[in-house]
Design a protein around this ligand. Sequence first.
Ligand SMILES: CC(C)(COP(=O)(O)OP(=O)(O)OC[C@H]1O[C@@H](n2cnc3c(N)ncnc32)[C@H](O)[C@@H]1OP(=O)(O)O)[C@@H](O)C(=O)NCCC(=O)NCCS
Length: 191
Amino acid sequence: MSIKSSVKEHFSPGQISEHFSHFFPHTRVLKATELVYRDEELDIMRFDLEDLDKCVELFRKVFRADPWYDDWISFDQARDYLSELIENPVFEGFVACEDSDIIAVCFGHKRSWWMGKEFFVDEFYVENERQGNGIGTKLLDYVAESLAGEVYTRLTLLTNKEIPAESFYLKNGFYNNPKRTVMVKELIIII
Ligand SMILES: CC(C)(COP(=O)(O)OP(=O)(O)OC[C@H]1O[C@@H](n2cnc3c(N)ncnc32)[C@H](O)[C@@H]1OP(=O)(O)O)[C@@H](O)C(=O)NCCC(=O)NCCS
């Protein structure tokens, strides 16, 4: 096992960052935040590990609200979940900022599917008060355009039926795949 994988196996991204910055105070673990798009309203940057806590706060705030009402009981629980996405070696993430505030997030991962390379969107969200102002569309357009430039052939994701997010994706060129279903098997916890 390489040193990198061994470190990844034993520490969360936050801990890795803390350890590296302790021993290498002038070295960033991930590449510095990279501005990839700017207009009068917002900046879009590649996700940087330093943004994780802000993304977690926004994630909890957005998904606690209508129509999701997700009960992320603690900051750490939500942080663990997003950290697991980020630890995926094929993770790719973008944040949209207004001034220096993160107002929208796209986290996903790349997949080498038989039909061509595709990007699976794991989480996509816009700050509550700013929804409905074109920010999600702008972020999605950027992600789609940059991936198309890397020969990615499609975006895929899971969302709930008959909620505003479904209309948002339909308006942005997604379609429902009637051949697919989501299957879940509940497990009885054995202690
Ligand atoms: C879904 C979401 C990402 C869309 O981003 P957005 O910036 O609000 O959307 P845009 O302004 O670019 O596009 C507007 C369209 O999105 C849809 N929409 C989705 N949520 C909306 C909201 N809360 N307010 C207004 N429009 C919303 C509407 O169809 C709207 O079209 P319309 O103006 O013709 O009615 C964002 O509303 C959001 O974060 N919602 C909560 C979290 C969520 O559902 N994420 C997706 C999970 S898979």
